[in-house]
Design a protein around this ligand. Structure first.
Ligand SMILES: NC(=O)c1ccc[n+]([C@@H]2O[C@H](COP(=O)([O-])OP(=O)(O)OC[C@H]3O[C@@H](n4cnc5c(N)ncnc54)[C@H](OP(=O)(O)O)[C@@H]3O)[C@@H](O)[C@H]2O)c1
Length: 253
């Protein structure tokens, strides 16, 4: 049975669609009283329990303003991120593209965590969910993967630092999810609903990390091996992934 969020006040970043929308809807299904559905341009929800709030991760004033308004929050879901299609090489990639990705996926997510840590502490501790990615553990040639690895590290550090205020920190690791972000990849994906379901259960149970699909669980189980063995396994897996992508795009033209 799903863990409950009765009486809780939740804030979700990047709430307009994809995983963010699921975080909003499932919070209410689990008994949350109020959800701040934040976005650069908040949408209409037609539900008085959902409060639209402007929040742009890359704008420090906007994050600070949201933390001044949403002082009753006891669960923050750091969900928003970008994964631009022109991010294809770590060796030769444009530094500006890398900076733009880190500005959202690392500095922006960290900014939200820092702005809301005092709010969570004032409300008894509460919880923080950081939506990461299996990309953090894969040798992918993208700044996106590097930004998620950096945020994974920061998530682990935040867990230790925020524990003094009784705040739990849960990182969510998942591979391909069926949302707008992965629309350009034609391959098997898990549903956003299934990821959010596991994320909320994990948070309530105090899990440090939620591994939300088979690929994440498989790769986590291999991380105690040598770097050479893990690398050989991952390179073979990624080669199959790229071959499959090439075949799919060739057969669709
Ligand atoms: N889809 C996947 O395969 C996959 C896999 C692993 C992890 N994830 C992670 O899951 C999370 C949610 O992504 P998703 O799959 O649901 O993709 P999505 O539908 O593209 O959602 C990303 C959200 O982030 C928001 N966003 C981007 N930049 C922002 C900014 N500067 N300030 C505030 N909001 C901003 C977007 O808002 P706008 O509407 O304003 O653009 C959008 O609502 C991300 O952290 C992503 O890295 C996704």
């Amino acid at each position: 049975m799903a863990e409950r969020l009765d009486g809780r006040t939740v804030l979700v970043t990047g709430a307009n669609g994809g995983l963010g929308e699921q975080f909003v809807r499932q919070a209410l299904e689990r008994g949350a009283t109020k959800v701040y559905a934040t976005a650069r341009t908040p949408r209409e929800w037609g539900d008085e329990r959902i409060v639209g709030l402007p929040l742009d991760l890359t704008d420090p004033a906007s994050v600070a303003r949201a933390a001044e308004v949403a002082t009753d929050v006891d669960l923050v879901v750091n969900n928003a991120a970008v994964a631009p299609a022109d991010d294809v090489s770590v060796a030769t990639g444009d530094e500006e593209v890398t900076r733009r990705i880190f500005e959202t996926n690392y500095f922006g997510n960290l900014r939200v965590a820092k702005a809301f840590a005092p709010v969570l502490a004032a409300n008894g501790g509460g919880g923080l969910i950081n939506v990461l990615s299996l990309a953090a553990w894969l040798p992918l040639p993208t700044a996106y993967a590097a930004s998620k690895a950096a945020m994974w590290s920061a998530t682990n550090a935040l867990r230790g630092e925020l524990s003094a205020a009784n705040t739990t920190v849960t990182g969510v690791i998942v591979g391909m999810v069926d949302t707008a972000m992965s629309a350009r990849f034609d391959m098997p994906k898990v549903s956003a609903a299934s990821v959010v379901d596991q994320a909320y259960d994990g948070l309530v149970q105090g899990a440090f990390e939620v591994l939300a699909d088979d690929d994440s669980r498989d790769i986590k189980s291999r991380m105690s091996g040598t770097a050479e063995d893990l690398s050989a396994y991952l390179v073979a897996k990624l080669t199959a992934f790229y071959d499959n992508l090439a075949e799919t795009s060739a057969s669709s033209v």
